[in-house]
Design a protein around this ligand. Structure first.
Ligand code: GLA
Length: 736
């Protein structure tokens, strides 16, 4: 890890373990240009790549074609309205109504470590683990300072970027667009990878060619969303899982975002990511500053898999925090799909009694324990225990659960308010709304206006009181609707455009406060399943509920897409009942267990009601979790085959960091008649190591149980067809 500045060439070079990133300052106007991002280079003499000697020449040589220069020069971070017609990184409006802004280099600072971003989640590391370059740029006319931050890590190929705007001018200025990152480079026949979905179908992987014009993914829903994801990668067409160049960006933010690649007239691309400019207008008073959230950039020459593993390690080591950061999570049973709203103390205790005998370690009481909430039409905001349901109160229930040797967890949805709630009747102006308009309801609820301090303090105290009242060791923090009707009774007219972002900042502030007051709490974020599965939330909670779709087969896609970026340790995954409540599919209990093993692992069913043969399997599954979770949580993840591509089977692997063992999960989604075995290649092992199939009894068809690592990688192994659909097996490889 090194950051250098070559004063003669005016070139900055940031070196990670395997990549280099170069920035150049050019011409007497100090334009900040992007020179190179890719494989690690030994030298920093790269100023020759800046094309300043080619037409269109830099303005000092030919100001006649200034626009032509600005419109083609590869900028590190761009202004707006002065001749660069590509998508701008920063857009503003002055008090006199003008929008032009241009940035020039002023100074820089290189320091050990990485400063936190005020009020925002971000990757972290101490003086030994990180180095940071801060480039201070300026628009002198406006008195606007733009500080571009670049942090690198000793143990990673990631680059964390963020931007801070300081208004040193005399007047306020409106920021109408502040991207967090911009990278310009020539298009080398790139393809773009993005993640798409809907409720119950989150984060399916999509690949498309990068073409002329703009291609983007975004959210204007006030959350990172089910539909599109704050992640994009671009790779060469020849890049595979294991080899080739790939670049990626992932936004450490949980609200509106834009991720876009634009190919211009000369075949170069501009990739950018940041807060979506839709309905964004931030009034920056003289002397104030605005901190844009962080984007994590990754370059890998080791294919899509190399990129994935870089994200996983970075997030495990430099983003996720708290007591459970590196710890095995308790196996939980959640009563949502077991009872929905129809439960009471006895029903929950019956589930807990059975569950504790089967090796389950925590009971989570989901939605419906508060106010008068017997369906989803009321009571959000009334965070008082419904003692008609919970006879004897919450503490009694928690104590009884604890007596069984189990932990207790609880569900909240703190950002919401039901029109049918005491809170709404008392404070109708606390909901986000446009005065005079009929509010748009989703699931019969409004969103609380958390930009108002009195609202977030009130709500915080309400749910913190519940947490203080009993031995609650886990919280599922839910958020079940997107934002609309953007309007705050607490903000003046010229600050209404701040509401989307202020709402996200408020959620961060509340989660920060909660995790500080209750440092031992295990927090799991959730949003109607996985609508807010993003690095921003991971900064506060080490795990996030992946999807309301718990079907073992659907989960293969959802988890493969999620694991493209996020470590398996973060993916909330449960074994649920059949026929599945989201899709009606019936899959073997055993297979559901294998699929959930790739996440945090737990149950979401009424253990007192499931068939006896399924119940009997639970102790084996909980033992399997204890046996493999260290490997799954901490190991290197490899995608091997995906049934969305081959329509037949799915296969992935986790290899221990020291390559001493590996766990291969093979799920045959559909069987085929008259078909021979499938050849799978198992990467990531020690090529010279001899591996034994430790659970050989589960693979009676295989004549041989010992293989060399390189044989398994390049020649592979023939997996026999399994009888029936939705069948799965694990293969545990141990190095001799
Ligand atoms: C969301 C969550 C579910 C459950 C319900 C409760 O949909 O994703 O797991 O908690 O809310 O209303």
């Amino acid at each position: 890890m090194n950051i250098s500045y070559n004063e003669k060439n005016r070139v900055f070079k940031l070196d990670t373990v395997h990549s280099s990133y170069c920035i150049g300052i050019v011409d007497d106007e100090n334009f900040v240009g992007h020179i190179y991002y890719g494989r690690k280079l030994a030298e920093d003499n790269l100023a020759y790549l800046m094309r300043t000697e080619e037409a269109p020449f830099v303005p000092s040589k030919n100001n006649r074609d200034r626009a032509a220069f600005l419109d083609t020069f590869p900028m590190e971070y761009t202004g707006n309205g002065l001749g660069d017609y590509r998508e701008g990184s920063l857009e503003i409006r002055t008090m006199s109504g003008h929008s032009g802004v241009a940035l020039s280099y002023v100074s820089h600072r290189i320091y050990d470590g990485k400063d936190p971003l005020e009020g925002l989640p971000a990757t972290f590391g101490d003086a030994k683990a990180c180095k940071t370059l801060e480039l201070t740029c300026e628009d002198r006319i406006l008195g606007l300072q733009v500080i571009l931050s670049y942090s690198i890590f000793a143990d990673s190929d990631a680059l964390a970027r963020s931007v801070k705007i300081v208004n040193n001018g005399q007047e306020p200025v409106y920021l109408t667009k502040v991207m967090s990152v911009c990278i310009d480079m020539d298009n080398d026949g790139y393809e773009m990878i993005t993640l798409h979905g809907s409720w119950g179908r989150e984060r399916a992987i999509q690949t498309r060619p990068v073409m002329k014009g703009k291609q983007s993914v975004s959210s204007i829903r006030g959350e990172s969303s089910h539909q599109e994801h704050p992640f994009m990668a671009w790779k060469k067409r020849t890049t595979t899982e294991e080899t080739g160049d790939i670049y990626a960006m992932n936004f450490v933010y949980s609200g509106n975002f834009l991720a876009q690649i634009e190919e211009n007239q000369f075949g170069s691309i501009r990739a950018m990511m940041g807060i979506h400019p839709y309905d964004f207008c931030w009034k920056l008073e003289s002397g104030d500053s605005f901190q844009a959230p962080e984007v994590v950039c990754v370059y890998s020459a080791e294919g899509i898999g190399g990129m994935t593993r870089t994200f996983h390690d970075l997030y495990r080591n430099h983003l996720i925090r708290g007591e459970y950061k590196d710890k095995k999570r308790p196996i939980l049973i959640n009563n949502w799909e077991a009872t929905y709203f129809d439960f009471d103390t006895e029903k929950l205790l019956n589930i807990a009694r059975q569950a504790s005998e089967l090796g389950i370690e925590m009971l989570v009481m989901d939605d419906g324990w508060f106010g008068r909430r017997n369906d989803d039409n009321s009571s959000l905001g009334d965070w008082q225990v419904n003692e008609d349901k919970l006879k004897g109160g919450l503490k009694y229930l928690v104590d009884e659960v604890n007596k069984l040797g189990m932990k207790f967890g609880i569900w909240f949805e703190p950002e919401m308010i039901s029109p049918d709630s005491d809170l709404y009747r008392e404070h109708p102006d606390w909901a986000i709304a446009i005065p005079g308009r009929t509010g748009t309801l989703t699931r019969n609820q409004y969103v609380l206006d958390l930009s108002r301090k009195e609202v977030r303090d009130f709500v915080y105290e309400m749910f913190a009181d519940i947490l203080r009242s009993a031995n609650i060791e886990y919280v599922k923090w839910d958020m079940n609707r997107q934002l609309s009707d953007i309007g705050s009774y607490g903000l003046p007219a010229d600050r209404q455009g701040e509401l989307f972002h202020r709402q996200v900042l408020a959620v961060y502030e509340m989660q920060d406060r909660m995790t500080k007051e209750f440092p031992h709490l295990l927090l799991e974020n959730c949003s109607g399943g996985g609508a807010r599965f993003d690095p921003g939330m991971l900064y506060y909670s080490p795990q996030i509920w992946c999807s309301d779709d718990t079907d073992g087969v659907e989960r293969l896609s959802i988890q493969a897409g999620t694991a493209m970026v996020y470590p398996l340790s973060t993916m909330g995954a449960h074994v649920s009942d059949c026929p599945n409540h989201a899709i009606g599919r019936v899959t073997p209990f055993e297979t559901r267990g294998y699929v959930a093993l790739a996440g945090t692992f737990g149950y979401e069913l009424d253990v007192t009601k499931i068939p006896e043969e399924d119940r009997k399997m639970i102790p084996e599954q909980t033992a399997m979790y204890h046996k493999y979770n260290d490997l799954v949580r901490c190991g290197d993840y490899y995608r091997i085959a995906h049934y969305a591509d081959n329509h037949y089977f799915d296969c992935y692997e986790v290899v221990a960091k020291d390559k001493s063992e590996a766990l291969v999960t093979y799920i045959q989604v559909l069987n085929r008649p008259n078909f021979h075995s499938r050849r799978i290649c198992i990467p990531g092992l020690d090529p010279q190591g001899c591996y034994v199939i430790e659970n050989a009894q589960d693979w009676p068809e295989l004549k041989q149980t010992e293989y060399m690592g390189d044989t398994l990688h390049y020649a592979g192994i023939n997996i026999p067809p399994l009888w029936g659909d939705f069948k799965g097996r694990l293969m545990h490889l141990k190095k001799k």
